[in-house]
Design a protein around this ligand. Sequence first.
Ligand SMILES: Cc1cc2nc3c(=O)[nH]c(=O)nc-3n(C[C@H](O)[C@H](O)[C@H](O)COP(=O)(O)O)c2cc1C
Length: 351
Amino acid sequence: MPSLPSLLGIRYPIIQAPMAGVSTPQLAAAVSNAGGLGSVAVGHVGADQAAKLIAQARSLTDKPLNVNVFCHAPAVQQASVDRAWLETLGPHFTEFGATPPRELREIYTSFVNDDDMLELFLKQRPELVSFHFGLPAQERIDALKSASIKVAACATSLEEALAIQAAGADLIVAQGYEAGGHRGVFDGRQDLRLGTMALVRLIASKTRLPVVAAGGIMDGRGIRAAMALGACGAQLGTAFILAPESSANPAYRAMLKSERAWHTHVTSVISGRPARGIYNRFMRELEQAGGPAIPAYPMAYDAGKALHEAAAAQGNFEFGAMWAGQGAPLVRDMSAADLVAALVAEMGQMD
Ligand SMILES: Cc1cc2nc3c(=O)[nH]c(=O)nc-3n(C[C@H](O)[C@H](O)[C@H](O)COP(=O)(O)O)c2cc1C
């Protein structure tokens, strides 16, 4: 089995997780320049904006890069569900002197039917393309591979890992329940909520592909532990949020540095899909039993973002998506390059 550095042409077995809305081209380039693999998240933007983000990262590094997209099933609009949800959120909007949107929009286009994004990748040829929330059609994976682009996908169970292997991917990102951000669970599959330790060992022992561990890994010891379980490297998200190169706002940074970081929680109320973040009023008040059905992802996220904007305009940050993993209290306030150097030093000499 090739090592992660030799497979990807990098120096250290460390991937900075793609983090839509938080990672930036500057962050990705800094990590790649420091010897890890930087990731440009483009799941939340269209192909035009993605082209700009990738070009920006490319202008800052000549090292390999990962580009990440979402492969969720496109949402089926259910007007009555959306209406009931907006009514439920109504009093919260009123509290902040705002009105809820009239209807919910599908704010993100899934890569499963985004031809422009595929064309962009084939033209720009990032070294790695990674998928979250499932896999696109086989022809799309084959097209990327024929262009010498390596392919990775996120698995939260052995069943998903085997599907990724069968699709001819090069890497499996094993995402444990500790992880910050959205659970990568495939549509229609049960969320088994497996922790990183069990999941990595399970996937590493039952598949033939290199496995990258993700979820709750914050330092060199965590990376070494994942590698002792059979992973070829680790993908870290939360650890990079405080880096000056991330676009996390001051309120998010302050919350992550506070004792609130000890309380993370997986919720679907913010976006319509389960995701782990710092426990806040949005989760507490909207998760109450007997509430109406939550609109599908990413329709619910349209409402969640509007509510956060209304609250934030009044100085209230209790309705934001402050995604963070269970290792959040271990987060360090340092530049991306310093963090990669610290991780490598903690792991012991790797090269
Ligand atoms: C703020 C944030 C945003 C995220 N956005 C994405 C994303 O756009 N695409 C993706 O594949 N994973 C995303 N993730 C999940 C990461 O890929 C990874 O699984 C997770 O960060 C690992 O757990 P950790 O945060 O404990 O390191 C995100 C995670 C965070 C914390």
